[in-house]
Design a protein around this ligand. Structure first.
Ligand code: SF4
Length: 262
């Protein structure tokens, strides 16, 4: 009998994690389209990660085919892109979450149980671009790496993720825009973020994923150290990036060599 290879062992381990997690989670027993796998043509090697199935998605076994999906399809079409053929799409939680007849936001446990399934998709597709729609998608993608998922802190960023060698773009979930349809300012931010993200995906189809810059972070914790650092910067010819609590922005910039954290 042939020996099980390391690759096969890893695969079975992953499968068993998923199976056990599904038993713990139990959502798959209550829905029409359990464990809905990713769909889409993926011509641009970009993966859209949503939150969870709504009723329409569960009925039709297809992600983003309800009202939210319609809004996204229109935005993508405005950018001459085909939502189905150009992108892969999957949800952070693969079974519909609901209370009575109403859809509900997935719990943290459900997101955690379903994370291995997302990992499997990421490993299989190896997307070059990842669009995270909504805070559930952000939480699932980053899990414990960050303690905050508030979408306002993330939206509009284009983050080079060295784990997956992919560009990650967090965006407002379209359902949030629909729930606040009178807020034209919100809609214009949503539209601008999407346009920018899609433009980036198209423009960077053939560019290499950058190697992480050689950073030399320095954390300054007192007044004198800050004054000295600023004086040194003033006298130096090197390029510095100074970060004041908005540190996430640093990750998204083409950083040069030095970072100061205050
Ligand atoms: S939501 Fe995810 S973990 Fe839960 S049963 Fe469905 S596929 Fe399994």
């Amino acid at each position: 009998m042939a020996k099980t290879t390391t690759k096969q062992k890893a695969f079975f381990k992953e499968e068993s994690i998923s199976r056990d997690n599904c038993s713990l989670c139990g959502l798959y027993t209550k829905v029409k389209s359990p464990k809905l796998d990713y769909t889409g043509g993926g011509r641009l090697n970009a993966l859209i990660i949503g939150e969870n199935q709504g009723r329409t998605e569960d009925d039709r076994s297809l992600q983003f085919c309800g009202e939210s999906g319609q809004l996204l399809r229109e935005e993508f079409a405005d950018n001459s892109l085909d939502f189905e053929k150009d992108f892969y799409k999957v949800n952070a939680v693969r079974c519909r979450t609901f209370s009575g007849n109403a859809n509900r936001t997935p719990t943290k446990k459900e997101i955690m149980y379903c994370r291995p399934m997302l990992e499997k998709t990421l490993q299989r597709i190896k997307p070059r671009f990842i669009l995270l729609f909504g805070s559930t998608a952000i939480e699932s993608f980053y899990m414990k790496e960050f303690s905050f998922e508030a979408i306002n802190l993330w939206r509009g960023l284009i983050i080079p993720d060295t784990r997956y060698k992919a560009w990650v773009m967090p965006l407002f979930h379209p359902s949030y825009i629909i729930r606040n349809e009178k807020d034209m300012n919100l809609y214009s931010v949503f539209k601008r973020d999407i346009d920018r993200a899609l433009e980036f995906v198209v423009a960077n189809q053939n560019t290499e994923f950058p190697e992480p810059p050689a950073l030399k972070p320095t954390i300054l914790t007192n007044y004198n150290a800050i004054v000295k650092a600023l004086t040194d910067i003033n006298n130096s010819k090197e390029e510095y990036l100074c970060t004041f609590l908005v540190w996430l922005q640093t990750v998204c910039l083409e950083v040069n060599r030095n970072i100061l954290f205050f």
